[in-house]
Ligand binder design. Structure first.
Ligand code: HEM
Length: 407
């Protein structure tokens, strides 16, 4: 328990730290990686460079600090981060290290304003927040390990099959090297993939949604090629997987994780809305629904730039041909002449509320969506405007969680 005085200090200094949030976390990472370069094997360097992780961590610590007297109130957010931490292999012994350098960074950036009382209060608060994370993560580690086919840490998987799904997306069918069973998962969950890239002194870890339903002897991930753009270099792991890893190559995976999952007990209709590579968890959900809940009405809506980059179309269309309760709609941003000729899409331009209203026949449903940030903002706003209850709306970010309203 924090003393009343410390609670007051924390609450009054959160706004100050928020003002300096990015400077503090930027300095924090410099200090952290300077003293513990081994942690560079866990963190995503691209997120670091773009400052996205800095903001995510800063926001999470300040949000937690504001609820320091009742951390249970932010348990869903803690769980979401804890899933990511568990999947990456963050351990209890890492927390004091992070705490030490966070405190050092606060002290450096605030200078004289960081009195001893302030620093002590934050050290105490950090300890409480860290304990909450450690507790939630310990349960997750136990569960991942105890589950049939489960494992701890990273396990070697061989690429059994590599299948091109579109001009930019390729699927990898992954089977365990040890020939053992693999853990079940909930449709919507992801795995962390750990890669050693020849000539690169760091290992790299990325999360990819599982793109097929559970219960198969393999895990499938579907990876988008991330070419270099003006503001970012080409994706290291995605390029390695797409260009260099072939059938027979071995990569390492941690057990499935994530709290963006299909509610299988709700038997109302389901609406799955995806943009681009955001379709991967949706196809997992779609396949699971078709296999286990074939009578549940499903509307599958997918937005892509054009037919060339539209992945898994044939699989989804074939399923729709077999399942009368499944309705499929495609929205292309810039259809090609061939797309028009084949009539392979239903709407041109962007997903919007009038169109969603026109294709979703049963709006009293569970809604799941995933895609690029602008797409997600649009869908979120549209569902709100339509009056869909928040409790029926579920979404997943690829990359550090950000706010749909502000990010
Ligand atoms: C990711 C918060 C401690 C390593 C994250 C994210 C948040 C966060 C908000 C982004 C989650 C997302 O992607 O959706 C916190 C808080 C901590 C804490 C509040 C302390 C109370 C730690 C520790 C480590 C760690 C001790 C290990 C050294 C990571 C890594 C990621 C991550 C590697 C993924 C970031 C990336 O590379 O993209 N954390 N974290 N965190 N955290 Fe923590």
């Amino acid at each position: 328990m924090l003393s009343e005085q410390s609670v007051q200090i924390i609450k009054s200094t959160v706004p100050v730290l928020e003002v300096h949030g990015v400077a503090i976390t930027k300095r924090f990472y410099e200090l952290l990686f300077g003293a513990h370069p081994e942690l560079l094997h866990i963190f995503n360097h691209a997120n670091q460079k773009q400052g996205r992780q800095q903001t995510a961590l800063a926001n999470a610590v300040y949000a937690a600090a504001l609820h320091i007297e009742n951390l249970a109130a932010i348990l869903p957010a803690v769980k979401q981060i804890a899933h990511k931490h568990r999947s990456l292999g963050v351990k209890p012994e890492h927390y004091p290290i992070v705490g030490t350098y966070l405190l050092k960074a606060i002290k450096e950036v605030l200078g004289d304003a960081a009195t001893e009382d302030i620093l002590n209060a934050w050290a105490e608060a950090y300890g409480i927040i860290a304990d909450a994370f450690i507790g939630v993560e310990a349960e997750m580690y136990d569960r991942a390990h105890a589950q049939a086919g489960g494992w701890e840490g990273f396990r070697a998987f061989r690429i059994g099959r590599k299948v091109r799904e579109s001009d930019v997306i390729t699927s990898f069918y992954l089977v365990p090297e040890d020939g053992g069973a693999i853990a079940g998962f909930e449709p919507g969950q992801y795995v962390s993939v750990k890669i050693d890239i020849p000539g690169d002194s760091h290992t790299h870890i990325r999360q990819y949604s599982l793109s097929d339903s559970p219960g198969k002897p393999y895990y499938r991930i579907s990876v988008k090629r991330e070419d270099a753009a003006q503001d970012r270099p080409a994706g290291k792991v995605s390029t390695y997987l797409q260009e260099y890893a072939g059938e027979g190559s071995v990569i390492r995976l941690s057990a499935p994780a994530g709290d963006f999952v299909l509610n299988r007990t709700d038997d109302r209709p389901v609406v799955l809305i995806s943009g681009g590579v955001g379709l991967t968890p949706m196809v997992s959900m779609l396949n699971a629904l078709a296999e286990k809940h074939p009578h549940r009405p499903v509307t599958f809506i997918h937005a892509a730039q054009n037919g060339g980059v539209h992945a898994m179309k044939r699989q989804v269309d074939e399923l729709a041909g077999k399942q009368p309760q499944l309705s499929v709609y495609y929205c292309y941003g810039q259809p090609t002449a061939a797309d028009r000729e084949r009539q392979s899409f239903h709407k041109e331009g962007y997903v919007d509320l009038p169109w969603l209203k026109s294709v979703i026949a049963q709006p009293d449903a569970g809604y799941y969506f995933c895609g690029p940030l602008p797409f997600m903002r649009t869908v979120r706003r549209a569902l709100r405007e339509w009056g869909i209850p928040e409790s029926d709306v579920h979404f997943e970010f690829f990359g550090p969680a950000a706010s749909l309203e502000t990010a």
